[in-house]
Design a protein around this ligand. Structure first.
Ligand SMILES: *Cc1c(COP(=O)(O)O)cnc(C)c1O
Length: 367
């Protein structure tokens, strides 16, 4: 089965092999060297002043950022499941919460954020997804961050980049926390989260908040190439192998360029066979199609063509499907997926198969 969900993504064979070695102890020079190496490469990927790895899924990092960087009121953008989660985290910790809600196909409006921040002096952190995976939506995070900093420069900007880091170059000039998760663009099994932090964020963290997710404890240890608690050794070994693989394939800029071309090609291909792209500002990480036959198409892909794409949640259940574009993806695999979608449309009596989707994809990709 081809795994084409926007997380988890498939783990390359060499990365799986690297992780299949015997477990090594985390408090050893051997592991610390691997950790140091992975950490150095993460600085390059994130472009932030500090980087910490956490043994948790992405949500753990979201929680750590909220608790350590927000002391009063969190403003969060909710245009989907993951945006909603930031508000729930704030409430679960007894923090104040202001939420800006949008339809799942609609990017946040910078002016709305400005108005909300100006209206409430207690807002000391703003949290937003770069790519909201619920609908495959790209929020204007850079513009939001810039506008927020222009109002009160000490407001912490938390950017959930779980489906953006490793997909596109993120301008971190006005971002204080940039979050990534292992099982999305980094093509690793779930269980490792990474946070890039600005110097301002490190200052605000001070002695940190909480216990396991106390970022101060982790920063202190990770600067010495170790972790506060048992490191997720296997995943860190996999991460190093993955980052080396990206390097060997031409580096991050090449990866971003390939991902952008793939995204453009897939959108063009699916539109060429009459499908509709759901979000008004599509993210590079995935293409989301809304369609009356979304469920049937997804079932045909899975049961007949061996392709696993994601569906929708909540009110979008059975109404959309989402195709992954993150990571190192071979064109022939993408071509298989697009051919399968076009064949599914033929089977549903929608249009005769003539290879349009694949042709448009290849033409677009090779432009
Ligand atoms: C997957 C995802 C998360 C949640 O990550 P988990 O690893 O499932 O905890 C958060 N935000 C975005 C944008 C995601 O795509």
């Amino acid at each position: 089965m081809l795994l084409f969900t926007p997380g988890p993504t498939p783990v390359p064979a060499n990365v799986r092999e690297a992780m299949s070695k015997e477990t090594i102890h985390h408090r050893t020079p051997e592991f610390e060297a691997i950790f140091a190496n992975a950490r150095a490469k993460l600085f390059e990927l994130f472009g932030t002043d500090e980087v910490v790895m956490l043994a948790s899924t992405g949500t753990g990092a979201m929680e750590a950022c909220v608790t350590n960087l927000c002391h009063k009121t969190l403003l969060n953008v909710n245009a989907g499941k993951f945006g909603e989660r930031f508000g729930k985290i704030a409430k679960a910790h007894g923090l104040g919460n202001v939420e800006l809600q949008y339809d799942w196909d609609t990017p946040a409006n910078v002016e709305d954020v400005v108005k909300a921040v100006e209206a409430n002096p207690d807002i000391d952190a703003v949290a937003v997804q770069i790519s909201e995976s619920a609908g495959g939506l790209r929020h204007p995070v850079e513009a939001i961050a810039k506008a927020v900093k222009a109002i009160r420069s000490d407001i912490m900007v938390i950017a959930d980049g779980i489906t953006a880091v490793g997909v596109e170059k993120i301008d971190v000039s006005d971002i204080d926390a940039l979050i990534a998760g292992s099982q999305k663009a980094l093509m690793l099994p779930p269980g490792l989260a990474i946070v890039g932090l600005s110097d301002a964020a490190v200052s605000k963290i001070g002695d940190g908040k909480g216990y396991y997710f106390n970022l101060a404890s982790e920063i202190k240890k990770q600067r010495q190439n170790t972790t506060a608690y048992t490191a997720a050794t296997t995943l860190v070994i996999g991460l190093l192998e993955m980052l080396e693989t990206i390097e060997a394939k031409g580096g991050y800029d090449k990866l971003y360029e390939e991902s952008a071309k793939r995204a453009e090609g897939v959108r063009a291909a699916l539109e060429a066979i009459g499908l509709h792209v759901y979000p008004k500002s599509p993210a590079t990480s995935m293409t989301t199609i809304d369609d009356v036959n979304a469920k049937e198409i997804r079932d045909l892909l899975k049961n007949k063509y061996g392709v696993n794409v994601a569906g929708g949640q909540d009110h979008l259940k059975g109404k959309i499907f989402r195709i992954n574009q993150m990571g190192l993806i071979e064109d022939y695999e993408m071509a298989w997926v697009l051919n399968s979608v076009e064949l599914a449309l033929e089977e549903l009596g929608r249009r005769a198969f003539d290879g349009t989707a694949n042709r448009v994809y290849v033409e677009s990709k090779c432009k």
